[in-house]
Design a protein. Structure first.
Length: 337
């Protein structure tokens, strides 16, 4: 089966030109994206029949969203059209030592009003090989938390592989509320993206010895999670060292069968656009698992996909499988002729 499904909110992103603050800029560039939508786009570029489930307003902005998804090869069959508004966020682009800043304007969006009764989960998940959601969706309403839990249960009943990315956003909700929403999902998850801090603050795992190397601490947390939730077959995350807004070092991690696999270090400089880098990584992990790659191949592919995403504007990764595989083989910066 080549059908994959993601569920979440897609928003309009308004970004300042590099070197300008939101309070002073006279122009903003427009992109469309959101965690699950970005994963759907990547998987479409990887050759899957990718479906995005969401709710958008029936107005020109909603139409722009639909056109964006279709232009990237994502099916919009399950895109509901009602509600009052499209969620928006503003990105003040970082430079040098100044970090990027996000301002959300998404309250009362069409998606945040989505009700369980509006979706036919049997129809949506029928014939699906993978279903993916992130924690951002859970942050938006109690009804969406109920919907996601029902969707994961339904997916497991239908034999669908399930994926969940903690993807915590402190500007959307608090740690305690997030922990209470995440934990009921975990018994129904096959692939889980979570890091050190997620394990401590959301799962309540005792903090590892900080004197240990970072990879040993992560292995400690992943062993603990695997023992408590043996249904989770893959645990994944990244280590990101921020040198500046335009220079990051990135390492991917994948924990399978008690073993931690890591990618090489990607020294990403200059960064064109960091937004969506985590979603590109998640999609790379999902693709590698669906295709039956070996663990080392999976993490190398996913981290390379994320590194490439940092080199293009917008939320979405627009690279093909062949381009990513070629990138993993080439020396950095070498001309491909």
């Amino acid at each position: 089966m080549r059908k994959v499904v993601t569920l979440g909110e897609i928003m309009m992103r308004l970004s300042t030109p590099t070197g300008e603050r939101l309070s002073q800029t006279k122009q903003l560039s427009i992109h469309y994206g959101g965690a699950e939508a970005n994963v759907a786009v990547s998987l479409a570029h990887f050759g899957y029949d990718s479906y995005f489930v969401s709710k958008i307003p029936s107005n020109p902005l909603g139409k722009a969203v639909e056109m964006h998804l279709n232009s990237q090869g994502v099916h919009s069959n399950f895109l509901l059209k009602s509600g009052e508004r499209l969620g928006t966020y503003y990105l003040e682009t970082g430079i040098g030592e100044r970090s990027p800043q996000v301002v959300y304007d998404r309250k009362y969006s069409s998606f945040s009003s989505l009700k369980v009764k509006e979706l036919n989960l049997d129809e949506i998940l029928q014939g699906t090989s993978l279903f993916h959601v992130s924690g951002i969706t859970l942050a938006l309403s109690s009804e969406l938390r109920e919907l996601v839990l029902l969707a994961f249960k339904k997916a497991k009943d239908l034999g669908v592989v399930t994926s969940f990315d903690f993807n915590y956003r402190a500007k959307l909700w608090g740690q305690q509320e997030a922990a209470e929403a995440f934990k009921p999902l975990l018994p129904f998850i096959d692939i889980c993206s979570c890091g050190e801090l997620d394990a401590v603050y959301f799962l309540g795992i005792e903090q590892a010895d900080q004197a240990l190397p970072q990879e040993d601490r992560l292995s400690y947390y992943y062993h603990f999670i695997s023992e408590k939730y043996p249904n989770i077959k893959y645990l994944t995350s990244t280590f990101r060292k921020v040198i500046s807004s335009s220079n990051n070092k990135l390492i991917g991690n994948l924990f399978v069968d008690g073993v931690l696999y890591q990618s090489k270090v990607h020294d990403i400089e200059p960064i064109v656009d960091r937004v969506g880098g985590g979603d590109a990584f998640a999609a790379g992990i999902l693709y590698g698992i669906l295709e039956g790659f070996q663990p080392q191949e999976i993490i190398s592919f996913a981290t390379a996909a994320s590194a490439l995403k940092h080199t293009v504007h917008g939320d979405c990764n627009v690279f093909s499988v062949d381009e990513i595989l070629q990138f993993t083989k080439n020396e950095t910066g070498k001309i491909v002729r």
